[in-house]
Design a binder for this molecule. Sequence first.
Ligand SMILES: NC(=O)c1ccc[n+]([C@@H]2O[C@H](COP(=O)([O-])OP(=O)(O)OC[C@H]3O[C@@H](n4cnc5c(N)ncnc54)[C@H](OP(=O)(O)O)[C@@H]3O)[C@@H](O)[C@H]2O)c1
Length: 289
Amino acid sequence: MNVQKALILGGKSGLLGQALFHTMGADRWEIICPEKNEVDWFNPALTDEYIQDHKVKFIFNTMAYTQVDQAECDRKNAFKYNAALPSVLGRVCRLRNIYLIHYSTDFVFNGKKSTPYTTRDTPGSRSVYGQTKLEGEKALLAEPWEKLLIIRTAWLFGPFKTNFVDKIINLAKDKDNLNVVHDQVGSPTYTLDLASHSLRLVDKGTSGVFHLVNKGRASWCELASESIRCAGLSCRVTPVTSSEYPQKAPRPAYSVLDCSKFSMVTGSTPRSWIQALREYIYHYQESRN
Ligand SMILES: NC(=O)c1ccc[n+]([C@@H]2O[C@H](COP(=O)([O-])OP(=O)(O)OC[C@H]3O[C@@H](n4cnc5c(N)ncnc54)[C@H](OP(=O)(O)O)[C@@H]3O)[C@@H](O)[C@H]2O)c1
C-alpha cells in the first residue's frame, strides 16, 4: 500500500483536527501532528523548512481562530490565524507542489438567502470571524493551484473536544428547561463524517471550493432537542429568538450549505445529521457515562 505523509494543523487539540487524525490513522496515512507552538507557522521560511524536513505531501489545515464572539474585539489575532496563516501555507504549498486542504465556514455568508448556499453564491459576512475566514479563502484563491482544496463546513459536533451537543447534554442532565435559539438555521455536521468525506475529495485529486456538511437542516433549538432525545434525557427545550439571547458576533440567520458539487464529484451523499448525531451519542457519549 502506498503510504502518504500528511501534516494536520490543529490535529493535537482541535475538534476537526483530531477527527481527521483518528480517521486517517486507520488508513494508509503517515501523520504528523505538531504541538500548536512547535513551529512558527507564520514564518514562511521556517514552515517551508519543516515540511521539507518531514517530507510532507499533504497539509490539512484545521487551525483557526474559532471563538466567534471573542473575534469581534480581537480582529488582529483572528486575522492572523484565519487569513495570514492560510496565506503562508498557500505560498509554501504552491512552491513545493503540496496538496493543501483548508477548512472554511458557512459563516462566510450573510444568511439572507432562504435556500441552501452553493459554491456559486457570493459570500459576505457581518462578523469578524466570517470576514477573516473569507479573507483566508481569498488569499488562497488569489493564486490557486491544482492541489488547493477549500472545504466549507458548518456546526460541527463529534468526539475528542467539547462541542455544542456535549454542552447541551451536560446541561440537560441538571436542568428541567433550556432556552435555545430557534431563528438561526444551519447544517449540523459530524466531524468523523466530514473527515472521511474530505478524504474522498483528496482521493479524487479535487481542487477548488467545496461545501461539505451532513444532509438536512436544523435550528440550534432542533439540534438541542434531538441531542437530548437521543441521550434519553427529559429536559424541555424552549425556543427563543436571537434577540432574547444576544451574542457579540452577528450570526447568519440561514446558512444551510448545498453539497451537490461534492456529490457530483465523488458520487456519494453525506447521510443526514440526525443519523450521524445518533451514532455520535450512542457510541461516544455512552462510553463517557
Ligand atoms: N466548529 C465548528 O462548528 C466549525 C464550523 C464551520 C467551520 N469550522 C472550521 O473548521 C476548522 C476546524 O474547526 P474546529 O472547530 O476543529 O476548531 P477548534 O477546535 O476550535 O481549533 C482548531 C485549532 O485551532 C486552534 N485555535 C483555536 N482558536 C485559537 C486561537 N484563538 N488562537 C490560536 N489557536 C487557536 C486550536 O487550538 P486549541 O485547541 O489550543 O484552542 C486548534 O489547534 C476551522 O477552520 C473552522 O473555521 C468549524
